[in-house]
Write a protein that binds this ligand. Structure first.
Ligand code: PLP
Length: 435
């Protein structure tokens, strides 16, 4: 027998293989070289033959140059924070690609002079929220709130906020701590369950920078409760900032209790802050909408530069606003009667592969929006032993385990992904218990 070390080809000879050369153009030479080096080590160890070296290296390469993977969201949670919140529309994805190169984000091509950054996106946003005299975009909802607070209350001035609205957003981050971190002092009013207009009126004084109303977007307090509506808070002598959270620009018929920017501004709020990647269905960003002078002051504040969005965000946001229905909005509109035929087709395609049953399901909005709202949905129920192999499939499918079964809820699955779901289950069925 030949010594495998002698039969091992040279690294540059393997790298010259056309398929590996193409891969190096696509993924970068470093990644491809590492795969070849690993593959050669296995050849030297006698694990694989010299002929197999290129194929083994190619098989070890990822599909793209990011470790992030496309995932099918079959959790039944429409805006899933761990799955990147809102998936972008095809129009927004195309806009990202257009803006990725050199672009006129801050150049007026007609005059050749500097142009206002993101003017097309801001004009679209202003057109979509006519009640806002001024609009600005920052990195996320928390950044929007931080900028308002830093600019208006940064020098130790007071923000008046109800105790029942001191929200923890997620991952241990809390709105009251965020406000304090940029120099504001909190003036808490009311109790956990109740606050009255008189509580606010008593607290507002010389030191008040603004009154903040926060939408409790991820929990519900029921029973003996009261909060003060925007139109009453608007009558106080301090500016009113409302953090609506979810980014609805106008009322949504299926989410009657979810605040929207247009209504809140019409009811007298001076400023609205919101996220772009929740119910608006766009890229991660934070919206600041409202009084023109106030928004301009925020835009010119030194801290605004630290929260500035990039050209990709501006492009994707504009396409979300002006383009076709965003996936999140489409998901919110899906009815069980739309989903059942799809679930039946998926179950039929899996006949003889795994036991699959079409079941009714209750989906949720998630991601800090419409707490307590249940969306009637339809799911394909499988054995819960498939949950893990499905997450490891080439296109991972993430479902939800409920009462000992894995539900693949279709509310947030685009119809074009149904085939990928079937493929993933077929793949998972072959790999059960091998994780
Ligand atoms: C989600 C949310 C935030 C935080 O927004 P990010 O975009 O995650 O920074 C702040 N306030 C409310 C009410 C929210 O729902």
């Amino acid at each position: 027998m030949q010594d495998p070390r002698r039969a091992t080809p040279r690294t540059d000879a393997v790298l010259a293989e056309p398929r590996l050369r193409d891969a190096a153009v696509r993924l970068g030479p470093r990644m491809v070289k590492q795969a070849v080096v690993d593959s050669l080590a296995r050849c030297r160890a006698g694990d694989i033959s010299a002929d197999e070296v290129p194929d083994v290296a190619l098989a070890a390469l990822p599909a793209s140059a990011t470790t992030l993977q496309r995932v099918v969201n079959a959790t039944g949670v429409v805006v899933h924070t761990n799955l990147g919140r809102a998936p972008l529309s095809a129009a927004a994805v195309e806009a990202l690609a257009t803006a990725a190169g050199a672009t006129d984000v801050e150049l007026d091509l007609g005059s050749g002079r500097r142009g206002k950054r993101g003017r097309g996106t801001l004009a679209q946003l202003a057109a979509d929220v006519p009640d806002a005299g001024g609009v600005h975009v920052v990195n996320n909802g928390a950044a929007a709130l931080a900028l308002v607070t830093c600019a208006l209350a940064g020098a130790g001035r007071e923000v008046v906020v109800a105790r029942g609205e001191m929200v923890e957003i997620g991952d241990g981050f809390r709105i009251p701590e965020l406000l304090e971190s940029v120099g504001a002092r909190l003036r808490e009013v009311g109790t956990t369950n109740r606050v009255r207009l008189a509580d606010y009126a008593e607290a507002v004084g010389e030191d008040t920078a603004f009154v903040l109303k926060v939408h409790p977007s991820n929990f519900q307090v029921t029973g003996f409760t009261s909060s003060v509506p925007v139109h009453e808070l608007a009558g106080l002598s301090a500016p009113l900032v409302v953090d609506i959270g979810s980014g609805l620009l106008a009322p949504h018929p299926r989410l009657p209790d979810e605040p929207d920017a247009a209504t809140v501004l019409r009811h007298g709020a001076d400023l609205v802050t919101a996220s772009g990647d929740k119910l608006l269905g766009g890229p991660q960003c934070g919206l600041l909408l409202g009084d023109e002078t106030l928004v301009e002051r925020l835009r010119r504040h030194p801290f605004a530069r630290a929260l500035r969005v990039d050209k990709l965000t501006l492009a994707a946001l504009e396409a979300t606003l002006s383009g076709p229905v965003a996936p999140v909005v489409g998901a919110l509109g899906r009815r069980p009667e739309d989903l059942r035929p799809r679930a039946e087709a998926i179950a039929a395609a899996l006949a003889g592969v795994v036991a699959a049953e079409v079941v009714d399901s209750l989906a949720a909005v998630g991601g800090g929006g419409a707490p307590g709202v249940e969306l009637p949905s339809v799911a394909v129920a499988l054995s819960d032993g498939l949950a893990e192999p499905l997450r490891r499939a080439p296109t991972p499918v993430v479902g939800r385990v409920e009462r000992g079964r894995l539900l693949l809820d279709l509310v947030a699955v685009d119809p074009t992904e149904d085939g990928a779901v079937v493929e993933a289950v077929r793949h998972a069925a072959k790999h059960v218990g091998q994780g």
